[in-house]
Design a protein around this ligand. Structure first.
Ligand SMILES: Cc1cc2nc3c(=O)[nH]c(=O)nc-3n(C[C@H](O)[C@H](O)[C@H](O)COP(=O)(O)OP(=O)(O)OC[C@H]3O[C@@H](n4cnc5c(N)ncnc54)[C@H](O)[C@@H]3O)c2cc1C
Length: 406
């Protein structure tokens, strides 16, 4: 029997990990098409300056795919503190209390990106880059893709991991719901006078949620190991220009005022980048011989750090669904994927969206309500257990389609 062909459009973190996983766990030929030129020294858009928190489950699932994070120097999250600026609500969670060594690990996308090429070194792998897909056509027994360079690729299954902005999913019959939040995320790395000691913070400020994740960036001669944080600050889009154009010292002042002094003084700040925030989801997960995964299926607000964690569950769910299949593009195979992913995806999108809409509102009763919510979380072990299950990736809704079999 012929070896079946799978094509992945988009070589960001989700497409690349999926390619590595399919090569490791299935007999299929895998072609990965990406717009970025590998010879270009500037960072690929999918592996830019972002630093992301990986849940325990994500770390375990990457290990099950053979991807060991150790060379990317991940920083463990041992303690989480959630606070609301100017109010009493405070929730503190410590990994030890839950008998886990850490809630998750913090890693830079660029370090993760450097690990992946070695997992793609396989005779069944073809990398087409830089190139983009101009037209996608679904036939009964295959999908063909016309490339901008003039070439053509056809496969039994086409997986869209293109981040959802290329218009390709619409060509494949997916429909989208898009809801801009009117907010942007500013990311940067900082160093504080007090050591991070594995602490992560989520603080709800009048500008929007502010997250500090333990992560050591390189500040040259000023680097003090163990004192670094990666910052994600959500602000209203109309405040963005002002904050992005402040001098470093004025920006440190604004950040210090929003975050407070629980880590002492902010001593250093690195370059800032900004991301407009939008909820962008497809209504369908599969169409004829096509699948969407990662940000292409759902682009979330970063408030709960769920984007890649959820995207990786798409990856493992898809690998589990196709690994035994003679033809990975058959409807019954893809329907298995749809079935195992729908509940988790719906719950995670809803949780994230509810958090944004609750914590971005300055209306007093809502503020009082969310403070009570945070207090309750700290006081009621059953509730905080549920919160931990969500942050570690082992929530009630996420148990289906777990670590890749075999
Ligand atoms: C500020 C911020 C903080 C975040 N923090 C966290 C966190 O703490 N934890 C977490 O889990 N997630 C987090 N996320 C989300 C996470 O970064 C994303 O979910 C993840 O990087 C998405 O990867 P992806 O591969 O699906 O999409 P993308 O990174 O968008 O990759 C898409 C790829 O497709 C390529 N492409 C696009 N169109 C075409 C085409 N037509 N042809 C060929 N190639 C194409 C692009 O070049 C790109 O390489 C955060 C996001 C932001 C913005």
């Amino acid at each position: 029997m012929d070896t079946k062909d799978v094509v992945i459009v988009g070589g960001g973190v989700v497409g690349s990990v999926l390619a590595a996983g399919l090569l490791a766990k299935t007999p299929f030929n895998v072609t990965l098409i990406d717009a970025h030129d590998p010879a270009d020294a500037s960072p690929a858009p999918g592996f830019d300056n972002r630093v992301i928190a990986l849940s325990r489950r994500t770390v375990n699932e990457l290990a099950a795919l053979g991807i060991d994070l150790a060379p990317a120097s991940p920083e463990p999250i041992k303690h989480i503190q959630v606070t609301d600026k100017g109010a009493a609500g405070l929730c503190e969670l410590t990994a030890e209390d839950y008998r886990v060594p850490a809630f998750g690990q913090v890693v830079s996308l660029s370090a993760l990106g450097e690990l992946l090429p070695s997992f793609l070194d396989n005779p069944r792998f073809t990398h087409v880059a830089p190139d983009t897909v101009s037209t996608l056509t679904q036939h009964q027994d295959k999908v063909s893709l016309a490339l901008t360079s003039g070439g053509e690729v056809s496969a039994d299954l086409c997986i869209l991991a293109d981040g959802g902005r290329s218009g390709l999913s619409e060509q494949a019959g997916f429909t989208r719901e898009q809801s801009p939040y009117g907010q942007s995320a500013i990311i940067c790395n900082v160093q504080t006078s007090e050591p991070h000691s594995g602490n992560a913070f989520e603080r709800f400020t009048e500008q929007g949620p502010l997250a500090f994740l333990p992560y050591q960036a390189d500040f040259g001669d000023q680097t003090v190991k163990g004192h670094g944080f990666s910052v994600v600050w959500t602000v209203a889009s109309e405040q963005l220009d002002e904050l992005m154009t402040l001098s470093d010292s004025r920006f440190i002042d604004a950040l210090q005022q929003a975050f407070g002094y629980r880590q002492g003084r902010i001593m250093e700040v690195g370059p800032r980048d900004a991301y407009p925030l939008i909820l962008n989801t497809t209504r369908e997960l599969i169409t004829h011989r096509c699948v969407v995964v990662g940000n292409s299926a759902q682009t979330l607000h970063p408030i709960a750090g769920q984007g890649f964690n959820l995207g990786l569950r798409d990856v493992t769910g898809l690998i589990n669904s196709v690994m035994e299949a003679e033809d990975p593009g058959l409807y019954r195979v893809l329907d298995r994927y749809r079935h195992c992913r729908e509940g988790d995806r719906r719950a995670t999108v809803k949780l994230t969206d509810t958090l944004v809409r609750t914590f971005s509102n300055r209306y007093f009763p809502l503020q009082a309500g969310r403070n009570l919510g945070l207090l309750t979380l700290d006081l009621l072990p059953a509730l905080s257990q549920e919160f931990v299950r969500l942050t570690t990736g082992y929530g009630r809704q996420t148990e289906r389609g777990s670590v890749v079999n075999g």
